[in-house]
Design a protein around this ligand. Structure first.
Ligand SMILES: NC(=O)c1ccc[n+]([C@@H]2O[C@H](COP(=O)([O-])OP(=O)(O)OC[C@H]3O[C@@H](n4cnc5c(N)ncnc54)[C@H](O)[C@@H]3O)[C@@H](O)[C@H]2O)c1
Length: 338
């Protein structure tokens, strides 16, 4: 069996998981090279997993013509530059979300994808590959709730990860581009429509540290979509009970909810504190299977020479909406999109 040789850039909180999946859990892929500007994590991964090639300079990795594809999990502000350089160097590309942190760079990435039609470009909106979110999509398509008219989303990171969130803030693009972007992509996917108007609010309620990046620790947006549907989005970084990702879609004939109680598993602990259902602790735990499924799908697209279900335009359109949320809360005004 031919193995697709991957060079992975970014070995941080999520990049290490993608690299591990490629190295050990995807039979038709091989982790042939790794890249990080943090030398210690590069050395650690190369040594622990016996990876033959390691780079601190991304452009040096692109000179390795033994590779077939590049998996990008670098900081969000680096994505578009890395995508364009990797496509221009002839590689298939997987990139983490968001596609870009502003619209101009997303358009540049679109052009690069359009220029390299024979190469696969895959954007890591992994929730589309999560069993529950994919099941909900099928139920909506079957007409189980009638016509969707409202989506309500909670995307809340646990407060216990706050140090990492503060460290990451400068290169995240802000709370809407970093966290709410997943919910925005799902809204577009489920509603089949783009945003028409956006009003967003938020503040540094506890952690002033975000203010120097024009960022906040909790924010919300109300969005009207072009087909009339309503979107309510709450993104936060201070969730006390764990990682709370909850989505409700209300239709004309019913509604469905995903992750209403973000349970860790089926265990309930009964003791002197009550009947306790523990919560899932973070994104790696909640979406472990989805991260693997999306990467397997990327490899399958390369082998079977087909295009993924999520494309570069999904990336741009989600960024347009998330950027509109950022603009709205920064300037305290309603944003009307074309
Ligand atoms: N899909 C999801 O659920 C999800 C979850 C977490 C993070 N992410 C995304 O994944 C990306 C990485 O997030 P993270 O939390 O792992 O970040 P992180 O800060 O923990 O790690 C960033 C990594 O990128 C590397 N890097 C940064 N700039 C580089 C450059 N110019 N050249 C080479 N390496 C470079 C760093 O050395 C580090 O290894 C972000 O874009 C984030 O939005 C997605």
């Amino acid at each position: 069996m031919k193995k697709i040789k991957i060079g992975a850039v970014g070995l941080g909180r999520l990049g290490r998981k993608h690299a591990e999946n490629i190295a050990f859990r995807i039979p038709n892929a091989e982790l042939a090279a790794v890249c990080s500007i943090v030398k210690e994590e590069l050395d650690e991964v190369m040594k622990s997993w016996n990876i033959p090639h390691g780079y601190t300079d991304f452009n040096e990795m692109l000179k390795n013509k033994d590779l077939d594809a590049i998996a990008i999990s670098s900081s969000s502000t680096e994505h578009c530059n890395h995508i364009i350089a990797a496509l221009d160097a002839g590689f298939h590309v997987f990139s983490e979300k968001p596609l870009g942190v502003d619209i101009a760079e997303c358009r540049r990435a679109e052009k690069a994808v359009e220029k390299h039609v024979d190469q696969v470009f895959f954007l890591g909106f992994m929730r589309r590959y999560d069993d529950s979110y994919a099941y909900a999509k099928r139920k909506i398509a079957e007409g189980a709730i009638g016509k969707p008219i409202l989506i309500r989303c909670y995307g809340l990171d646990p407060v216990k990860s706050i140090k990492g969130a503060i460290a990451f803030a400068e290169k995240s693009g802000g709370i809407f581009l970093d966290l709410a972007i997943h919910d925005i992509d799902l809204a577009r996917w489920y509603l089949g429509s783009e945003a028409k108007s956006i009003y967003a609010v938020g503040d540094c309620f506890t952690y002033e540290e975000f203010a120097k990046y024009q960022d906040i620790d909790n924010g919300a947006a109300l969005i009207q979509f072009k087909n009339g549907a309503i979107g309510m989005f709450y993104a936060g970084r201070t969730c006390a009970h764990g990682y709370h990702i909850e989505t409700e879609i209300v239709g004309t004939e019913g509604s469905l909810r995903i992750g209403t109680v973000p349970e860790k598993n089926l265990v309930t602990v009964f003791n002197d504190t009550g009947a306790v259902k523990e919560c899932v602790g973070g994104f790696l735990e909640r979406f472990e299977k989805a991260y693997l499924s999306e990467m397997q799908e990327f490899i399958n697209c390369i082998i079977e020479n087909r295009k993924p279900g999520v494309n570069v335009y999904d990336g741009t359109n989600a960024t347009i909406i998330a950027y509109g949320c950022k603009e709205s809360f920064e300037n305290n005004r309603l944003i009307i999109l074309d």
